[in-house]
Design a protein around this ligand. Sequence first.
Ligand SMILES: *[C@@H]1O[C@H](CO)[C@@H](O)[C@H](O)[C@H]1NC(C)=O
Ligand SMILES: *[C@@H]1O[C@H](CO)[C@@H](O)[C@H](O)[C@H]1NC(C)=O
Ligand SMILES: *[C@@H]1O[C@H](CO)[C@@H](O)[C@H](O)[C@H]1NC(C)=O
Ligand SMILES: *[C@@H]1O[C@H](CO)[C@@H](O)[C@H](O)[C@H]1NC(C)=O
Ligand SMILES: *[C@@H]1O[C@H](CO)[C@@H](O)[C@H](O)[C@H]1NC(C)=O
Length: 340
Amino acid sequence: MKSLMKLFASLLLFVFSSLLFGDIDVVECSNQNLRFSGRNKLFVFGDSYADTGNTKTTDKGAWEFPYGITYPGKPSGRFSDGHISTDFLAKLLRIKLPVTYSKKDDVDKTRLQYGMSFAYGGTGVFDTKVNYPNMTGQINLFEQLLGNVYSPSDLSSSVALVSVAGNDYLYFLSTRSPAAILSFITQVVNQIEVNLRRIHSLGIKKIAVPSLQPLGYIPHFAKGSPLIKAAVNFLVGHHNNLLHEVVAKLNNETNHSAFTIIDYNNAFLTVINNKGEIPDILVFKTPSIECFQIDVNEFKNSTLCDDPRSAFFWDGLHPTQEGWKSVYTVLRKNITAALT
Ligand SMILES: *[C@@H]1O[C@H](CO)[C@@H](O)[C@H](O)[C@H]1NC(C)=O
Ligand SMILES: *[C@@H]1O[C@H](CO)[C@@H](O)[C@H](O)[C@H]1NC(C)=O
Ligand SMILES: *[C@@H]1O[C@H](CO)[C@@H](O)[C@H](O)[C@H]1NC(C)=O
Ligand SMILES: *[C@@H]1O[C@H](CO)[C@@H](O)[C@H](O)[C@H]1NC(C)=O
Ligand SMILES: *[C@@H]1O[C@H](CO)[C@@H](O)[C@H](O)[C@H]1NC(C)=O
């Protein structure tokens, strides 16, 4: 087993050769009924899978055409052609979209009542060499608003989405020996535990954490050999096993209904493997081929597919709006079941 892990670890060296931007998402796993309907604020921490516009407009990526072509018709800072996880989760919770932290001083104060997003594309729980706050820093920003912008009673009726982990692995494997990946996965999940505990202790009573999505199927990795895909999926499985243990432990220690895993891994796989047996969602014919194929040498040579709605992935790392919509359609049953 140890040597198998080592083999996987060394394969990863070839897999994680380049560092792109953002990533990750949400989950469910509490056996307790959730009462999201009575909740009125959403606070978001994490990376590009949840960032609805915190990065600087001078940054490339999410602020450049053709990002945002489906919604709102121009770049909005989302790492997709349109709506992403935060939009769909807010809708599911019947909460209006939380304002982004970077725009909080520019919007009508009444907008603050829906919560706030501190998620920045490219970040991780640890530093990933982007000029944006890691998760600890994001929670610091949130903490600074407590007492003046948000009161304890605001928080007790709120939900947190903690979108995390892919960038830590992308960054680690692009800079460090993959032989240490197993212990690094433990460090990442331990740091997630620290962050979840802190968000809870600051007063948010419902905290949703996504499992890591099946990295082997995202275009960035899917282009590799079956062994590479197996290696990355091994990483994902190990991360998610540890995450489930941590969430079970936290729920046992604190409050059985506080922490919820939103199973992105399962939902992504369900959508990717759907051949029509799930009527509510589209069949994506080539799910691991991204719509917007970025030419890293010459951006203007990048190519765009005819219809982003026919693609599951928007770029090498991020789902399209239609992809996210399908994922949330699959997840809705479980979340709805937990709500009622
Ligand atoms: C988060 O970022 C700060 C500032 O760069 C750094 O000092 C701190 O060590 C980071 N935290 C973690 C857990 O990596
Ligand atoms: C919860 O924690 C207690 C005390 O540590 C332990 O005895 C119990 O088995 C745990 N329950 C679960 C479901 O993990
Ligand atoms: C657990 O959650 C319930 C409902 O949110 C709350 O009333 C209770 O005080 C919480 N208990 C602890 C130990 O946090
Ligand atoms: C929904 O919950 C059931 C029961 O826990 C689980 O077996 C299933 O995998 C979940 N589906 C998704 C998409 O998370
Ligand atoms: C970009 O496309 C042009 C025209 O097709 C081609 O001549 C050029 O070599 C391409 N550049 C790169 C870096 O691939």
